[in-house]
Structure formats: structure tokens, C-alpha cells
Design a binder for this molecule. Sequence first.
Ligand code: HSE
Length: 436
Amino acid sequence: MKPIQVGLLGIGTVGSGTFKVLQRNQQEIRRRAGRGIEIAVVADLDVARARSIVGDSVRVVDDARQVIADPAIDIVIELIGGYGIARTLVLEAIAAGKHVVTANKALLAVHGNEIFAAAHAKGVIVAFEAAVAGGIPIIKALREGLTANRIEWVAGIINGTTNFILSEMRDKGLDFQTVLKEAQRLGYAETDPTFDIEGIDAAHKATIMCAIAFGVPMQFDRAHVEGITALQAADIRYAEQLGYRIKLLGITKRTPQGIELRVHPTLIPAKRLIANVEGAMNAVVVQGDAVGTTLYYGKGAGSEPTASAVVADLVDITRLHTADPDHRVPHLAFQPDALDNTPILPVAQVVTSFYLRLQVADQTGVLSRITTILAEHDISIDAVLQRESAEGERQTDLIILTHDTPEGRMSQALARMQALPTVLQPIVRIRKEELN
Ligand code: HSE
């Protein structure tokens, strides 16, 4: 049978990896898919560079719409990124009856509901394994492998750039800005690192996992997002002394009140496997009621790791595109008419434990005033650590770990503590998750 025909929009890092993996493993891929998979045309504004990657046997054009309009093309791979032209092209490809593979987490988190509705109406597949955690098959795991389970929560290190920065801060005791510059020099962080360091990229991925874990629409605008820019080396050090590591986690959790969807720096026990995921690696923990805890680990970015996920989607589509659309795996794991509207909870209603660091005057009664405020808000203390003051020093750091409490209640207590004249600097508050 003639190989299935693929058009590639954008041949950068992931696109060139996809081309190489398809070429190198074409025999194995054909044996698995039952049919060859061939990139027949590439669209890229830099035609010369595209040509240098794919050689003369593949057609190269500078206009993506030529690919979409080509009746010979069965699958369009969108690797342009962003939610501008990428959205238009994906919707046009769907309207033209093409199946789509995309690595574009931003596009799906923000416009996924529109895109999946259009794909469902047209009977085409939009596959997106590469959009979350690069080469880790977490979409496949959540959507198919764990389909027997009522998923309880998902927590992941889903941004390699920030995990690299946090690992370096911990290993070398350096501050955020110094490590960020180093990460940029080494190519781990982009020139404009905003999406990574502010947690937005992780929130896009958490939004997608939330939708397929719980069968709700994409709701990126309801996600609580905090990045790592305010994180200080001192807190990484104190957390370590208390047996914790600080990681940027994307968390989505089912609770009786609603669904939590949040990205923020998080203390996790150092003994958890995920706490030991270092450098630019990614890992996702999924808790299901039947299976218990499962952990997925691997490269979350990079040319061939991400291509691994793109090609897996191409194989899936090659196997399934002739199947009745109603009998395919639903885009968001649940049947489109079975998605529900369980609310995403405002962060004030999220229940976690907390790490607090207060820089205080080293005077009699300071600790007691602070613990009184916590007690008055019904917030229970788990552990207290006080830095030993140097000779003659008149201030110290007070570290408090709390038990679980609603965030809104903690915010009220923090406001009162902050107003004490003996609290000398803004209080540091970092959420803590035991992940057990
Ligand atoms: N910039 C992302 C990261 C990879 O650092 O993990 C693509 O989502």
C-alpha cells in the first residue's frame, strides 16, 4: 500500500527530528503501522534551510496553505508553535479533512475546545502526545493505559528549563538570576524565558492533563500559575534541612469541592522519586484509584525525544484513520458528550500544607505571637526551625511547616503576621505536597 502522506508545517528542532526518526526507523515503523509513513511536503519560511534538512526528494514550499490544500496529504503536522497563525492553520487543515498532529501545548490549552469540536464535527483526529512532557507518553498513559481508573491526581515536573534552574540553584547554592543567565548561555533557557520561568508553559501542559484526567474542557484561564522567579537560594537550603526539595510542579487534583489546577514551586519530600528528577528531565506522577501511584520519567524536550511522540501519533493515525470516528479514542479521553462541568476551584479554596519563612526580630515573644495567629486561624503547625543567630545579630529566620489548610485561611493569617512590627521582611510562603 502507498505510504500515508504527511505534510509538515515548520521544520525547526522537532520537525527535523521527526524527519530523521521517520527515515532512520522506517522499516520498524512500517511493520508497526502496517503501512509506510512519508513526509511528502514541508512548509517553512526558510526554504533553503528546510531543503538542507530534507534533501531533494521532498517538496519544500514557503506557504503552509499549499500543504493544507494538497489533496494527496492525509496528515498535517503543525510544529509552528504559538496560538496565532498555528490556530488558523490547524482549523483550516481540519476543515480540509486532514488529520493533525501537533506539539503545540499553548494552542491546545487555550483553543483546544474549539479545535477538538471542529475535529469531532469533521471526523478527523487531532493528536498531541508531543504537547506534554515531550518524549514521555503521558497522554497515551492517561487516556488509554489508565482508562480503568478514577484518576485522583496528577503532579508533574513538566518544564525542563525550570527544573534545570532549580537543580543548579540547589547543587551550587546560586541565586535564580545567576543560574538563569547560565541556563541561557547553555541553551537550556530561551532569550525570552518568560513562558518557562513564569510557569506558563507548565500551566499549558497541566491544563491538558487536567482535561484528559478528569473529562473536563480545557480551562487554562482558570489555572493558578506561579513561576520560580521569586524563589531564593535560602529557601532551597532550609527545605533541604527539613527533608524536602523544591520543584516547580504542575498539579491537578480531584476534590469533593471541585478540581484543582495549579502550577507553583512546591516542597516535596526528598525521598520521593520525583524529588530526585534533576536537570532538564521531566516526570509525571499519576494517582489512580485502581493502579495506585505510577511514575513516568524522561526527556521533556529536544529534537528526537519530542519527535518520538510526534511519530507515535503518526503511527496511531495511520492505524486508526479508517476506523469509524465514533470508535476511536476520544480526543480528551472521555466521549465528547460526556465531558462534565466540574468547576476548577479558585486558589483560595485549595487545601495544602505550607512552608513559611519569616525574617523576624530576635526578641522574646515573637514566636509566640506568630503561633497564636496561626492557632487563631485554626492552622496547625507541623515543624518549626529557627536559624541560630550570629553573635550580636538582632534578627533571625523562622521557618514554619504547617499541616493542611485552605489557602484563603492561610492568606488571612499571613496578612496579620506581616503586620507585626517584629516581622521585618515580606513573608515567604511556598506550598508543600507530600504526594503520598
Ligand atoms: N520549554 C519547555 C521546557 C519545553 O523547558 O520544558 C517545551 O515545552
